[in-house]
Ligand binder design. Structure first.
Ligand SMILES: NC(=O)c1ccc[n+]([C@@H]2O[C@H](COP(=O)([O-])OP(=O)(O)OC[C@H]3O[C@@H](n4cnc5c(N)ncnc54)[C@H](OP(=O)(O)O)[C@@H]3O)[C@@H](O)[C@H]2O)c1
Length: 327
């Protein structure tokens, strides 16, 4: 099988982890890295073993023969960076949240379709074995009807208005950085069409430091998602049903273990899976599988889920009266 040639745009924290995973995947080959600075690109290329290093994203898009691109820049840059790559015929795996809002995402998807290209959100959680085990248990009726999902994600970060996490112009805030995980989990198990969203947030200087989101569904089921930079939460997730519950290990979106309980809270089955590399290999595998089979949509990370979650996050911000400067 021919290896899929990859480029990475952005040389920050997650780009390094992704490069490590890519180098361990036999279906993929890291061939180019792109930075806004040639020095950073050269350093990253040397560290990661990439044969090409570009000192601008435009240069990369125009000259690299990478067919797949991983966009690892801050949220507010995703739209322009992904668009640049799509316009140059590259298939895109874009970090979360894929855009600042659903309107931007719709434009990217239209562009991907017009150019016959594959686009997938880098929602690695959905590709992980533990997550797929939860889906298997839920879909085979092991916990009965799902009635409630509770998921939270906090990452305590000291306030620094220069950090991208706290900058409105970078798409900062806990909503896009953290809440996207619990909301994605809830939408995937309860559905993309909640009948109501109720949300509140602690807002400071144009971003949310923490937020709480309730998603209600037409059948009476609901989900509660909490997240924030100023909270200490367990970062766990529970999917509760009429006949039992599924409990992810702490750090639910990267957890390596998960437990199924019966309706009397007795554990009935545990599943554990150690990552072969660092956990990002599963999304790479899914992307390569889709691309090599000529699929236009991922089965594990379908576009419909990404669009729906972006709409829900839009709705939260609408309720808070919060807009990014670009909007
Ligand atoms: N999947 C996950 O587990 C995970 C974890 C963390 C973050 N993320 C996502 O990955 C993305 C990047 O996060 P990160 O933590 O890697 O960020 P980071 O360390 O700040 O790196 C972002 C990189 O983007 C480039 N960039 C382009 N425009 C920029 C700007 N205006 N300001 C700063 N950097 C800019 C920079 O690379 P150059 O200077 O080389 O151009 C920078 O190194 C975000 O969307 C985040 O939500 C995902």
């Amino acid at each position: 099988m021919d290896k899929i040639k990859w480029g990475i745009v952005g040389t920050g924290r997650i780009a390094h982890k992704f490069a490590e995973a890519l180098n361990g995947c036999e279906e993929a080959e890291l061939c180019a890295v792109a930075s806004r600075s040639k020095e950073k690109a050269d350093a990253f290329a040397e560290e990661s073993g990439s044969r090409e290093a570009y000192g601008s994203y435009e240069d990369f898009a125009e000259h690299s023969d990478a067919e797949a691109v991983y966009i690892a820049t801050p949220m507010a840059s995703h739209f322009n960076d992904a668009m640049l790559c799509l316009e140059h015929g590259k298939n895109v795996l874009c970090e979360k949240t894929v855009t600042l809002n659903s309107a931007q995402l719709e434009i990217l998807l239209k562009t991907a379709d017009e150019n016959g290209l594959f686009f997938m959100e880098a929602m690695w959680m959905k590709c992980r074995p533990v997550y797929l085990k939860a889906k298997e248990w839920a879909m085979s009726g092991r916990i009965g009807d799902i009635r409630f999902i509770k998921a939270d994600f906090s990452n305590t970060v000291p306030y620094d208005r220069n950090d991208r996490l706290f900058r409105p112009d970078c798409g900062g805030g806990a909503l896009l950085d953290l809440a996207v995980y619990p909301v994605t989990l809830a939408a995937d198990f309860l559905g993309n069409e909640p009948s109501e969203i109720i949300s509140n947030a602690h807002i400071k200087d144009g971003i949310d430091l923490s937020n709480t989101i309730i998603m209600r569904y037409p059948d009476g089921s609901y989900a509660a998602a909490d997240s924030g930079f100023e909270l200490t939460l367990r970062n766990n997730a529970v999917i509760s049903g009429t006949k039992g519950m599924i409990v992810f290990g702490d750090g639910f979106f990267y957890a390596n273990d998960i437990t199924l309980y019966d309706e009397n809270r007795r554990p009935v089955e545990c599943f554990s899976c150690k990552d072969r590399i660092n956990g990002y290999e599963y999304e790479i595998g899914e992307f390569c599988r889709c691309l090599s089979h000529g699929l236009t949509n991922s089965t594990l990370v379908p576009r419909s889920g990404t669009v729906s979650v972006m709409r829900m996050l839009d709705e939260c911000r609408r309720q808070w009266g919060l807009k990014f400067p670009q909007e």
